[in-house]
Design a binder for this molecule. Structure first.
Ligand code: AMP
Ligand code: GLY
Length: 420
């Protein structure tokens, strides 16, 4: 008998994971809480929200779930893995203690320092006046002000000097625009370089790195406009060299795995290292204790091995037994958004052309739902269209060719994904 798997989330990331799991002969049923119109095509949506831990545990038991695969950030810091494990459900995902790598930037910064993992120097403050005094002492040096807690990707302000930094502290600690994520802030040295994402499957002792990928965080072409959750992706990253991969393995990934063992919180699940490459050295900008969105949409198209086999083995500390293979083809994903995202936008427009896409191109749903008119828009990020090809350029051309076949009122997307 096959497995009954639970996913929590409602993004194109969850649709991509569910799509990949669907191809496994070892998976019987996939439940997605709460899911979207795309996940409903490959599994069963459950009306439970990601932070409703009691509701998720209850639903998992009611549906006979035997495997939880963590994809999004919300449930783990609230202890979902700990709770499901106590119920005898196997989990691929970090415990509440291990999820601190993402849920507390203050803790993860101190962790990196303790274990010699290269990162920007930083100081943590919970007192506004002390933070201001520190910023004044930096002599106008560029810095970054970050809320320590989870802030849905919005709690970071990059500053050019003292004036910017004082304003950022005011936003985070006085106006409290990041909510409780700003109870403690980090003031961090600003690094210059280019960014790339390195995901790894982890089983508590072994880590298997995925190919590097690059996401596009700004809303508009040329990296202009507001920061978003991510509006485009490609993999493999063009500038990453074999040396950089090796350096990252030795000096970041392995030290992190070993460090978490020493701290008594071995890391199981997907660890996503947000890296900045500066003068050929990789620095950790942040850890995410989950899959990235939209990186996952590209990675799932490139993964050759059965995803269930990989994650199930990792959950049982058997990752070393699995040969994780990737296609050499590149993948490019373009996110179709509702115009106005990430600020204000309208919902409820009918999406047309979904069946006009090529059979080897995938359209992963995020903000969509079914109503009596068909599939309609229901969020800021609506769809990720992912194509593969022998080169990034070929995959890019194919992705945009297919994006042009999909229509809805207010559709907006960047035209320069995988170009720069
Ligand atoms: P984070 O949420 O920590 O990934 O930060 C969001 C974005 O802010 C990153 O993707 C970077 O573009 C930028 N950022 C964060 N920390 C730094 C830093 N120390 N130096 C320069 N840019 C940074
Ligand atoms: N792609 C950015 C994130 O998932 O946090």
């Amino acid at each position: 008998m096959g497995s009954k798997v639970l996913l929590v989330g409602m993004g194109a990331r969850e649709h991509a994971i569910a799509w990949k799991l669907r191809q496994s002969p070892r998976v019987d049923e996939i439940f997605i809480a709460p899911g979207n119109a795309g996940t409903a095509m490959v599994g069963t949506n459950l009306p439970v929200q990601p932070k409703d831990i009691d509701g998720l545990v209850k639903a998992a038991k009611a549906h006979g779930v035997d495997f939880y695969l963590a994809t999004m950030d919300d449930p783990q810091p609230l202890g979902l893995v700990d709770r499901l494990t106590a119920e005898g459900i196997l989990c691929y995902g970090p415990t509440q203690a291990a999820a601190r790598l993402e849920s507390s930037k203050e803790w993860s910064k101190a962790f990196m320092v303790r274990h010699g993992i290269r990162t920007a120097a930083a100081r943590a403050f919970s007192n506004y006046r002390e933070a201001c005094a520190y910023v004044e002492s930096l002599n106008d040096a560029p810095c970054v002000v970050k809320g320590s807690g989870l802030a849905a990707g919005k709690g970071v302000i990059v500053c050019n000097g003292t004036r910017d930094a004082l304003e950022a502290l005011d936003i985070a600690m006085v106006r409290r625009d990041f909510g409780s994520a700003g109870d403690t802030v980090l003031v961090e040295q600003r690094l210059y370089g280019w960014e790339t994402s390195c995901h790894a499957f982890c089983d508590g002792k072994t880590a298997v790195m995925m190919p590097f990928s690059s996401d596009y965080k700004r809303a508009q072409d040329g990296d202009k406009g507001l920061n978003t959750g991510g509006v485009g992706v490609y993999s493999p990253s063009k500038l990453v060299t074999a040396d950089m991969v090796e350096q990252t393995r030795r000096e970041v990934v392995e030290r992190t795995m070993q460090g978490m063992i020493e701290e008594g919180a071995p890391f199981n699940g997907t660890l996503y290292h947000g890296l900045m490459v500066s003068a050929d050295r990789t620095y950790v900008i942040e850890f995410n204790a989950r899959f990235g969105d939209p990186e996952t949409q590209a990675l799932m198209m490139r993964l050759e091995t059965d995803l269930f086999e990989v994650c199930h083995a990792a959950a049982q500390q058997r990752l070393h037994e699995i040969d994780v293979r990737w296609r050499t083809d590149a993948a490019v994903g373009v996110v179709l958004c509702s115009a106005g995202y990430p600020a204000t936008y309208k919902l409820g427009y009918v999406i047309r052309g979904l069946d006009a896409v090529d059979p080897d191109v995938q359209v992963f749903h995020a903000g969509t739902k079914d109503d009596d008119r068909g599939v309609v828009t229901n969020g800021g990020r609506v769809l990720t269209v992912v194509a593969t090809g022998p080169t990034v350029e070929a995959a890019r051309a194919k992705a945009y060719d297919n994006v042009h076949r999909i229509e809805f009122t207010d559709a907006y997307y960047r035209k320069d994904i995988a170009l720069v």
